[in-house]
Design a protein around this ligand. Sequence first.
Ligand code: ADP
Ligand code: ZN
Length: 292
Amino acid sequence: MRLGAIEAGGTKFVCGIATENGEILERVSFPTETPEETLKNVINFFKNKEIEAMGIGSFGPIDLDLNSKTYGYITKTPKKYWSDFNLLGELKKHFDIPMVFDTDVNGAALGEATWGAAKGLKNCLYLTIGTGIGGGALVSGELVHGMLHPEMGHILVTKHHEDNYKGKCPFHKNCFEGLAAGPAIEERWGTKAYDLPKDHKAWELEAYYIAQALVNYILILSPEKIILGGGVMKQEQLFPLVRKCVKELLNGYVQTNEILNDTDSYIVYPELGDNAGLLGAVALALTIKKGL
Ligand code: ADP
Ligand code: ZN
């Protein structure tokens, strides 16, 4: 079976063809320009590729309500040109095959649960910390949707006592994303995040914010595995700092083996690495076949 997959990001669109076993046969990437220019490239790529189904993991916010007139749209995004764009509808005009549309992070969570770090688990969380922060969750084997879809980057966190930075979120200023996404780190310290030394104070603050968010997700969703991806998590020294801080903040309240003895294998980097987004979209396409 040949499946089409699109990881629709604010910076780039990654398109691929894969088998149902998650083997990527072809992969290309286009910069995210205007919807017209970007979709022209995407549609040309998939033409005559004989795909049977397509999965699309998209940046958001997106409309996932099947009963809504704007189902399949990217809704009110600050990303120039993309507000109210009917992404799914445009693809459907060109390809008469079943399509599954979801958030990029829900896709990534499902991909990791199918082939990666959370393989075989029915409950996991995927969080990306990059230009923005977003989270996807698999709970009891189902991706979490609801009224809209989770917006895990915009939860409120307590400021670190040494942090004087005002925050960067245009809606909430000092929400989690406003304090901890890549652009916030860069504005706070006045330098590119990857240029900050590994022992810089920046990472202690960053770990504190990530850990607070994870504690909230742990308490609400009870994931069996937490996967942290995105550009900022390329800073490997964050992982031990985050694990330690999560334990400190939970303070013995959650008495599971994962938290008490095994945070090293509980809070992890995506096993699918840079393919997490694309394979996530493949996993979304596969849900059609499974009739989910
Ligand atoms: P996007 O979120 O646009 O899909 P990324 O996940 O790569 O893309 O996130 C990009 C952001 O992550 C940049 O704004 C930068 O601040 C940060 N970033 C990228 N690479 C690194 C790195 N090696 N170390 C720390 N921060 C990084
Ligand atoms: Zn916010």
